[in-house]
Structures are given as structure tokens and as C-alpha cells.
Design a binder for this molecule. Structure first.
Ligand code: BMA
Length: 309
């Protein structure tokens, strides 16, 4: 079976011009369905280069309107200012029971680490804590407990050279979403000239399917003209997500459209959010060239088949 990934013909779905004040770029949004609404929590970079998180809403999952104000901006005083000095980035949204949890990158002089916030209504967001040491990013929470504990994927940055390869995806567990431990490696960049040979990181929060947890991740390859970011897919065991059931050999989305090149960082497609619809369609929201937000759709069975091929 050939996978049919369809890029929305009206891409990009959000650009800097759609926002009510001058901003540099909008990309790498977390995504959720909340009641009748689709919500994107966008990373919006201001003209100085500092990112905040900004909600845009939609009735159809395609046409989005940004709120008048950002939802979360970096803390400049108090406890969180230490971690968020250079901005907050790349949010992922996971619904657990009736609460939406947001994991996001806190950027500071100490290198990136991970913050956790929660919301019930996408109007008020409450910070809960910093949930990793630096350097770490690309944290996605599983939408339910696994074996009685909360679970997450993350990407601690290890140095390639001293060890085998850097930039691996790990699994860890928590009793309360704040304290994490029992870490296990899940997967590594693939060696050789492969598309994900430099580093990898979780993209959208894992999607539960009968065959396993479906994880859309990003893979990076070093090329003569810099880094090249693509999306891939992997199926993890439902009871022990550190076990890979199948990892697709080829990427599912690569920079090929004009908007994937025309931006601050060319050759980049990067996702923080996907939505599985009742009919099996997966809406993948992705940042293109660290500049604009785009949408692609694919059937969930196609992604599973690619993992198992
Ligand atoms: C990663 C993150 C992403 C970004 C990507 C490509 O390290 O910073 O936010 O989209 O690089 O520049």
C-alpha cells in the first residue's frame, strides 16, 4: 500500500501577517480539539527573536484565527524567569481526562529545558513546573497512564562522539507529571546516510491505536548546506513504549514545497501536533522553514502500515 500524504492546497494556514501585531514568524504549533473548536497553540517569534505561545482557533481545522493576545509569554520575574529568559517554544498539547497539558521548551542561558503548564479552556494557562534538567526538549506526554504511571518521551541531548550517537528519544515515567524517572532509551538516529542520522525527537504526542502507540517524530540529517528536518513515524508497544514494534524506513513528510524553503531556516518541516479524526484521517500540523504553519493529512492506517512494512 502506498501512503497518501496530502498537503493542504491552501498552505500555509497561518503566517506572521495573520497576527494582530507585527511578529517575525509562526510555527511549530501544538494542536488539540476542544469542544467544537480546533485549537493551535502556536510558537510565535517576535521581532527581537523571542518566542511566546499564541492560541489560534478554528471550526474546521483548516482556517484559523489568532486570539488578540498571546496565551503565554516568557516569565521575566519570579521563579520561571530563570528558565524562560530567552523565550518559550515548541509546545505540545496532551489531553488527560478533562485537562489539557502543555509541555514546552524553556530557553535560557542554561540551555533548553522543559516546562509543564495546564489549561481547561484555552484561555487561562497555569504553569505547573519545570520537568527536566537542561539540555532536554521535545517532550510529549502520553494521553493516559501506562502501567499505572504517567509516561512521556523526551530528547536529552547527549554528545555524539563520546558515545555512539547523540539526540536519542527516551521514555520515562512519573507518579504526578512533575517528578520523572525510570528512564529507558527508545530509539536512536539511524547510521549511515539515512534521513534521520543526526538526531531525532518526538513530534506530536503519541496517538493510541490497536497496533500500538503511533509517534510522529522529526529526524535530522546533516547535509552540505546545513541541516535537513523531516518527519517520520514509529509504532511503540502499548504496554511498554520503550519497545519499538516498527519504525518506517522512509520519511512521511519532507521539505519539497516552496514554503519549506522560504523562511528563517530553510529545509525544515517540524511538527508538535497532530489530530486523529473519527474517520481515521490524521491532521498533521507542521511548521515550515521556521516561518509559517502548514497542514497535511494522511490516513492513520497508512502510517501504521508504513511502520509495519
Ligand atoms: C530545532 C527546534 C525547532 C526548529 C528546528 C529547526 O532544534 O529549535 O524549534 O524548528 O530546530 O530550526
Amino acid at each position: 500500500m502506498k501512503m497518501k500524504m496530502k498537503r493542504y492546497e491552501g498552505n500555509p494556514i497561518l503566517t506572521a501577517k495573520d497576527f494582530p501585531r507585527p511578529v517575525n514568524s509562526v510555527f511549530n504549533a501544538g494542536a488539540a480539539k476542544h469542544g467544537d473548536e480546533y485549537v493551535l497553540l502556536n510558537r510565535v517569534e517576535d521581532l527581537e527573536g523571542i518566542s511566546c505561545l499564541w492560541v489560534a482557533r478554528s471550526q474546521d481545522g483548516v482556517h484559523f484565527t489568532p486570539d488578540p493576545q498571546p496565551a503565554m509569554v516568557r516569565a521575566t520575574e519570579g521563579h520561571y524567569a530563570t528558565y524562560e529568559e530567552y523565550g518559550i517554544e515548541d509546545p505540545r498539547i496532551t489531553r488527560i481526562a478533562d485537562t489539557y497539558y502543555v509541555t514546552y521548551t524553556c530557553y535560557s542561558r542554561y540551555a533548553p529545558c522543559v516546562g509543564l503548564a495546564r489549561t481547561r479552556d484555552f484561555h487561562t494557562f497555569e504553569r505547573m513546573g519545570v520537568i527536566s534538567l537542561p539540555p532536554n526538549k521535545d517532550v510529549v506526554l502520553f494521553p493516559e497512564k501506562v502501567g499505572g504511571r504517567y509516561a512521556r518521551l523526551d530528547r536529552p541531548t547527549t554528545l555524539a562522539g563520546k558515545c555512539d550517537v547523540g539526540g536519542n528519544i527516551w521514555l520515562s515515567y512519573s507518579p504526578d507529571l512533575l517528578h520523572w524517572g525510570d528512564p529507558r532509551p527508545v530509539m536512536q538516529p539511524r547510521k549511515g546516510g539515512r534521513w534521520d542520522n543526526k538526531k531525532i525527537g518526538a513530534g506530536a504526542p503519541p496517538i493510541k491505536t490497536e497496533q500500538g502507540w503511533l509517534e510522529i517524530y522529526h529526524g535530522v540529517r546533516e547535509t552540505g548546506s546545513g541541516v535537513l528536518y523531516r518527519l517520520g513515524v514509529v509504532l511503540l508497544d502499548l504496554e511498554d513504549p520503550s519497545q519499538v514494534i516498527g519504525r518506517a524506513a522512509e520519511p512521511i513528510l519532507s521539505p519539497v514545497a516552496m514554503e519549506d524553503f522560504l523562511g528563517d531556516v530553510m529545509n525544515v518541516v517540524f511538527t508538535c501536533g497532530a489530530i486523529l479524526e473519527d474517520d481515521g484521517e490524521v491532521k498533521i500540523y507542521y511548521g515550515a522553514a521556521d516561518q509559517v504553519m502548514c497542514l497535511a493529512t494522511v490516513n492513520v492506517d497508512d502510517l501504521i502500515a508504513l511502520c509495519l512494512k
